[in-house]
Design a protein around this ligand. Structure first.
Ligand code: URP
Ligand code: ZN
Ligand code: ZN
Length: 474
């Protein structure tokens, strides 16, 4: 018996800072050694010709988030199957507080859905829709202490939207508790105004979803969120940034020294509003309906600018899967009447890494190290999981993806493991594909097959984020 349970041999190891040729020794689920040559392990994995990177961390994933009449396509089993098949080892989905409900009860119920079902390790963010004094004064601080150290707030959606005063109150509590706030920046009233105008003109096809929330609606909300954050002196993460205008708001804030972070997603470098036309402006465009909506090619350029220059720290999927052909999905009866009832969201946890690798690394737009930072390391650092997760270092969890940088794959629904009945990237060609995903030393995905078991993933109680420390002292 050697010193190690597993040795990963002969690969090119990539971290957010280095690319090196070395073997990795794994003991008790952790990385125990990085060395020129490791022999005598109980088992060996040959990584010759492959990249060995930290397992992907997708810090923006929606699972089991049903709403009246609408069913999400993924639960923790199928969602985490898709995650590991896409090279991820950790996901962070959201526990939503319905209005009027206890946040703690919402988290407890959500935890029950995850327990025994998740194949990947998982943390949980909170979604706050009803920031009452008792939620902000008691429940939220207790949950932060229990490892739920980040929460999302919405500036739109009837069931979620917070007004400006509520945003300020939540930001203030985040500052006090040193939690990180994620903000969905789109202006509620502007969207409502545009939606009613479009509907009155008979423009109800999914394509008009994009027209109901143009970039300036996102820009205005981003500016408002940034201003509120500056007033309170609290760091914020602006999630799912779709194009130039919101990117420029974040860059402007960063240049002024504010701790405003940015997240973007595959849809904003690979889809456009034209996709929502479907076939001649028909209902198939609903497959691409998400918020903020896909923009245009100038938007792609702006997102690349932000990815290359560090405006964005994280590249997440915003995986939010629905069945297309279902009365509880995209084609629900009301959704056929108007875009406003088409559930917002697309599946993407399984295709996030291949799309960024292919468009970014294979096409020379970003380095390998940037790829690792954007897909894993920065997520761990920002959401309180580092150094346990997000790196290849002695003592870290042995969460790895073995990656074939030269494999060209045409993305197709038939290859994927998610619960949706379609992928928005059907027929999209990528170069770079995961070969094996390893969670704490165990192979959970092996070249096309998910071999991890539901319940193999552990809940991650997250530390306070160093990124949530305010600029000023108290
Ligand atoms: O359309 C989207 N992105 N739906 C998911 C919910 C959200 O706002 O992130
Ligand atoms: Zn959102
Ligand atoms: Zn989302």
């Amino acid at each position: 018996m050697g010193d190690y349970d597993v040795a990963i041999r002969g690969g090119t190891v990539v971290t957010a800072s280095d690319v090196m040729q070395c073997d990795i020794g794994i003991r008790d689920g952790r990385i125990a050694a990085l060395a020129d040559r490791i022999t005598g392990a109980a088992s060996e994995i040959d990584a010759t010709g492959l990249l060995v990177m930290p397992g992907g961390i997708d810090s923006h994933v929606h699972l089991c988030q049903n709403s009246p009449g609408i069913r999400m396509a993924d639960d923790f089993v199928t969602g985490s199957m898709a995650a590991v098949a896409g090279g991820n080892t950790t996901i962070i989905p959201f526990a939503t507080q319905p209005r009027g409900a206890s946040l703690r009860d919402s988290v407890t119920q959500y935890q029950k859905l995850a327990e025994g079902n998740c194949i990947a390790d998982y943390g949980i963010h909170l979604i706050i829709t009803d920031p009452t004094p008792s939620i902000l004064g008691q429940e939220l601080p207790a949950l932060v202490a229990d490892g739920y150290t980040s929460f999302k707030v919405f500036m739109t959606y009837d069931e979620m939207v917070l007004n400006d005063r509520q945003l300020l109150d939540v930001f203030d509590v985040a500052r006090r508790e040193k939690a990180l706030v994620m903000v969905h920046c789109e202006g509620y009233d502007s969207i409502k105004f545009m939606t009613e105008r479009l509907e009155a003109a008979g423009r109800t096809a999914p394509y008009y979803h994009g027209k109901s929330r143009p970039e300036l609606v996102e820009r205005e909300a981003a500016h408002r969120a940034i201003s509120h954050a500056e007033l309170v002196d609290v760091p914020i993460m602006i999630v799912h940034v779709s194009g130039r205008q919101a990117m420029e708001q974040i860059r402007w804030a960063q240049q002024r020294g504010l701790k405003v972070y940015g997240e973007t997603c595959p849809q904003y470098i690979s889809l456009t509003e034209e996709d929502m036309k479907g076939n001649n402006c028909d209902e198939t465009g609903g497959k691409y309906v998400c918020s903020p909506p896909p923009r245009d090619r100038d938007g792609w350029d702006a997102i690349w600018e932000g990815l290359r220059t560090g405006v964005f720290q994280t590249f997440s999927s915003d995986h939010c899967p629905f069945i297309y052909d279902s009365a509880e999905g995209k084609l629900n009866p009301k959704g056929k009447q108007s875009f406003r009832y088409v559930p917002n969201g697309i599946p993407g946890v399984e295709t996030r890494l291949p799309i960024l690798f292919s468009e970014g690394v294979s096409k020379g737009r970003i380095t390998l190290e940037q790829f690792v930072a954007l897909t894993s390391t920065n997520h761990a650092k920002i959401y309180g999981l580092y150094p346990q997760k997000g790196s290849i270092a002695v003592g870290a969890d042995a969460d790895l993806v073995l990656w074939d940088a030269n494999r060209t794959v045409t993305i197709s629904q038939s290859l994927l493991h998610h619960g949706s009945d379609y992928t928005p990237w059907e027929g999209y060609e990528v170069t770079g594909w995961p070969v094996k995903t390893i969670l704490r030393g165990d192979v959970v995905y092996d070249d096309g097959k998910v071999v991890g078991k539901p319940g193999g993933g552990r809940f991650l109680k997250r530390a306070l984020s160093p990124y949530a420390v305010p600029n000023g002292a108290d």
